[in-house]
Design a protein around this ligand. Structure first.
Ligand code: FPP
Length: 307
């Protein structure tokens, strides 16, 4: 982890260099199948009800200061599901992009699909292209729909892009980038594509990340809820954001130092007041370890042990 206990001045400098930006919320929409089964309905009925939940959340998100919303609609592992279910989910995604296109454009929502495109049906590719083109000028919510998405694959792709033309890898170890340079380059490519996640929500009661935005969620606050995705709406999104605003984000540092060393409560309420434009961002560069005389024992006290 990156621990910057070097000095308050150093932290201030880091802080002021971070851009002001709205929240990036990511959602793992889980529980459609169980929601349907409990009602004696086919799983696909759960996915259909899930589309309505997407609509509700997209409508509410801008009112909460959410600038980017990334929803996990179809993972690369979802190809393992029965063909009928795969076809149904992909066709629901296509239907959403087609039917909501003009509403989204009027609301200023900019839609983008993330994930692999080489394995998607042509008809879905057409819906994606048309929706992306129609909403490209949107200055409001950035809605990213993850389709055939795998975070490991996305990171491998980013690495390939970041280091294209650098090498030759195998023949000369001297030409490998330093870990710092590699991390900066990777962060730059992945930031271009959506940036760090502030809040990651998973519905449906499970507590795992399922290969979703692993790099971008390095410092995300995680909110797991037992609510099944088809039952998720504005009130549930409000509650998740409220929980997020009550969390203290330290990014491995010590927040009390920035806000008010004597009062962690004040630090937290100040963070809360700033909630709509959230001014902090996880460090994307390597921070030098604190130089501490006498080794780690002194160093841990200075770092505050915060994670
Ligand atoms: C996980 O629930 C959900 C999915 C794999 C599909 C999500 C798709 C939608 C909500 C519809 C389309 C999306 C958009 C953006 C329009 P699950 O089936 O794994 O639920 P279970 O764990 O209860 O079986």
């Amino acid at each position: 982890m990156a621990g910057n206990g070097a000095s308050a001045d150093g932290y201030f400098a880091l802080q002021s260099s971070r851009e002001q930006r709205g929240l990036h919320v990511a959602v793992i929409m889980d529980g459609n199948g169980r929601w349907a089964a409990r009602r004696g309905l086919p799983r696909v009925a759960g996915h259909r009800a899930g589309v309505a939940a997407v609509r509700r959340v997209v409508e509410r998100a801008p009112e909460l200061g959410i600038e980017t919303l990334t929803v996990y609609a179809f993972s690369s592992d979802n190809w393992r599901r029965p063909a009928f279910e795969v076809r149904s989910i992909l066709s629901l995604i296509g239907g959403y992009l087609r039917l909501e296109r003009s509403t989204l454009r009027e609301a200023g929502v900019r839609v983008e699909a993330i994930g692999r495109r080489d394995r998607l049906p042509r008809i879905l590719l057409r819906e994606i292209a048309q929706c992306e083109a129609a909403t490209a000028g949107g200055g409001g919510l950035h809605l990213r729909v993850a389709v055939d998405y795998s975070s490991r694959e996305a990171m491998a792709r980013a690495a390939a892009r970041a280091f294209a033309g650098v090498g030759p890898w195998a023949s000369d170890a001297e030409q490998f980038p330093s870990p710092d340079a590699a991390r900066r380059a990777m962060a730059e490519v992945l930031r271009e594509e959506g940036g760090d996640v502030d809040l990651l929500i998973r519905t449906g009661g499970e507590k795992r990340l399922s290969d979703f935005l692993l790099w971008e969620s390095a410092y995300a606050e995680l909110v797991f809820t037992d609510v099944m995705w088809p039952e998720f709406g504005a009130a549930e999104l409000d509650a998740a954001v409220e929980e997020f605003l009550g969390r203290e984000r330290r990014f491995g540092g010590v927040v009390e130092r920035i806000e008010n060393a004597a009062s962690p409560q004040r630090a937290q309420s100040s963070q809360r007041e700033r909630g709509w434009v959230y001014p902090v961002e996880a460090p994307t560069h390597l921070i030098e370890p604190t130089q501490v005389e006498g080794g780690l024992a002194g160093g841990t006290a200075d770092l505050g042990g915060g994670r």
